[in-house]
Design a protein around this ligand. Structure first.
Ligand code: AMP
Length: 216
């Protein structure tokens, strides 16, 4: 069973790595950020509210409250495709969310992707995403025609320089405590994220292939 959580600052490569792990292991990639963006693009009332008040450019990259976020994750994890595992990206982001998660799902591996603040900002400023397949593009794989699935790539509107500061602050204030939480539980494994995505994936793959007690 592979129930994996990826933690790391915005731009650490969680989305890119989660997509590869999902493909290689045949388990779903569950990203709360993608869920919120999809809900917004379909104009779901909760998605519109979350963007306006919390994650959108006007709101400055704040965390969406737990009474919205946690039920969405709980429901998604109850789907049939999560029975043989899943990869969580962006949830839990706080210790409170981690404690809530334990009530409805447990994790086998928590992988912490490290990267400097400077690199984080550089990556976020240039990255773009495909609206259809949600593939993420950065300096290492940017298509010359700026297209994927036949469509122009778009820049996430919370990836603008104004919002990045707020997101990094939220990360520093809340998510770093989560790292200590999983470290204390003996579940945290650290991987250097500032490398070619293929090499980062190789390291992650080695780690998730090892039995738990070898992986420290
Ligand atoms: P991400 O794509 O993970 O960077 O998430 C984009 C935005 O969605 C974040 O800046 C938050 O506003 C919101 N978000 C994503 N995951 C969570 C979470 N676990 N708790 C609260 N807000 C979240």
């Amino acid at each position: 069973m592979s129930r994996i959580l990826l933690i790391g600052p915005p731009g650490a490569g969680k989305g890119t790595q989660a997509k590869t792990i999902s493909r290689e292991l045949g388990i779903p990639h569950i990203s709360t950020g993608d869920i919120f963006r999809r809900m917004y693009s379909k104009r779901h009332p909760l998605g519109v509210e979350a963007r306006e008040k919390y994650w959108g450019p006007e709101a400055g990259g704040k965390l969406v409250p737990d009474d919205i976020t946690i039920p969405l994750v709980k429901e998604r994890l109850s789907y049939e495709d999560c029975k043989k595992g899943f990869i969580l990206d962006g949830f839990p982001r706080t210790v409170q969310q981690a404690i809530s998660l334990e009530k409805f799902a447990s994790l086998d591996k928590v992988i912490y992707l490290t990267i400097s603040d400077e690199k984080t900002i550089q990556r976020i400023i240039i990255r773009k995403q495909c609206n259809k397949c949600e593939n993420i593009y950065g300096s290492y794989n940017f298509p010359k025609d700026n297209k994927c699935c036949g469509k122009e790539l778009y820049r996430r509107d919370d990836d603008d320089p104004e919002t990045i500061g707020g997101r990094l602050k939220e990360y520093g204030d809340k998510t770093e405590l989560l790292i200590k939480y999983y470290l204390d539980l003996g579940k945290l494994r650290t991987i250097e994220g500032d490398d070619y995505p293929e090499r980062v994936f190789e390291n992650i793959f080695k780690l998730i292939s090892l039995p738990d007690h070898y992986a420290l």
